[in-house]
Design a protein around this ligand. Structure first.
Ligand code: IMP
Ligand code: MG
Length: 253
């Protein structure tokens, strides 16, 4: 029995997080902060023939009242990423991938392993379209830090919560770039004796590969561009965009 439909939940999300609405951005109260800083002060006795001086610096800042920034966030306005793959195209392709996964993985217990943080939205959409019983688990890895070029060193920040021995495993990545992360993770999981292991990536940049790997299910092959949105970030920003976008210069976000 359906308790709350997807539409109900989306409506609740909009009410709880009205920041997504462009109307709210227009309504957001402007907060003007003013302050004075004493930068330099010196004085001497008039009897000695000298005068005093006082320099005041006046600052005026305007914010939309949205609160404090995360570490590394820039004070300047950022460019809005231009649409590279629309939300509609993503959702159609995710449904196709889910069908391929549903039929392509042998019967038996299945664990879908999402690689955090980049794949959290893709994994959530994918599993909702896989029509068979499954468990979800997550691995948190760090390979980029806040940089936009892979360091080539993969660090497991948080491991799986449950064993995968004798279970079919689907490893879900947001994007495969050099392939170093996926190679490291497949070797890590194979060593834990799953019944089978398949990989699924929403995006792949084949021209950037630095290692030989096979991806069983690929959403879109793309050229060498830095993309953001639909879970993917540039220095932790833009993950909440519903589409996949590009930014001209990821260093300037
Ligand atoms: P790889 O090890 O070079 O294949 O990259 C692995 C991870 O880097 C991916 O899972 C992403 O989280 C991140 N990444 C690679 N390319 C991009 C991009 O264009 N935008 C955002 N993240 C990316
Ligand atoms: Mg990733």
């Amino acid at each position: 029995m359906t308790f709350a439909s997807g539409e109900d939940l989306r409506w609740a999300g909009r009410v709880a997080h009205p920041t997504k609405s462009s109307a709210r951005a227009k309504e957001a109260p402007k907060v003007v902060r003013r302050c004075f800083f004493i930068v330099s002060f010196s004085a001497a006795a008039p009897s000695a023939g000298k005068t005093g001086s006082l320099i005041l610096l006046y600052c005026r800042t305007t914010t939309n009242g949205s609160g404090s920034r995360l570490p590394g966030e820039k004070a300047t306005l950022s460019p809005t990423p231009s649409t590279f793959i629309s939300a509609e195209k993503i959702s159609a392709r995710v449904r196709e991938l889910a069908t391929a996964v549903t039929t392509g993985i042998p019967p038996g217990p299945l664990t879908v392993v999402g690689v955090l943080r980049g794949s959290f939205i893709f994994t959530a959409d994918l599993v909702r379209n896989i029509e068979r019983e499954l468990a979800c688990d997550f691995l948190t890895v760090r390979s980029y830090g806040d940089a936009t070029v892979s360091s080539g060193v993969v660090e497991i920040v948080a491991d799986l919560a449950s064993p995968i021995a004798d279970r079919h495993v689907l490893l879900v990545e947001d994007i495969v770039d050099t392939g170093l992360t996926l190679k490291y993770l497949t070797e890590l999981l194979i060593a834990r004796s799953p019944a089978s292991l398949q990989t699924c990536a929403l995006l792949s940049k084949p021209s950037r590969r630095r290692t030989t790997i096979t991806i069983d299910h690929v959403g879109f092959e793309i050229e060498d561009r830095f993309v953001v949105g639909y879970g993917m970030d540039a220095a932790q920003r833009f993950r909440n965009l519903p589409y996949i976008g590009t930014i001209d210069d990821p260093q300037v976000v």
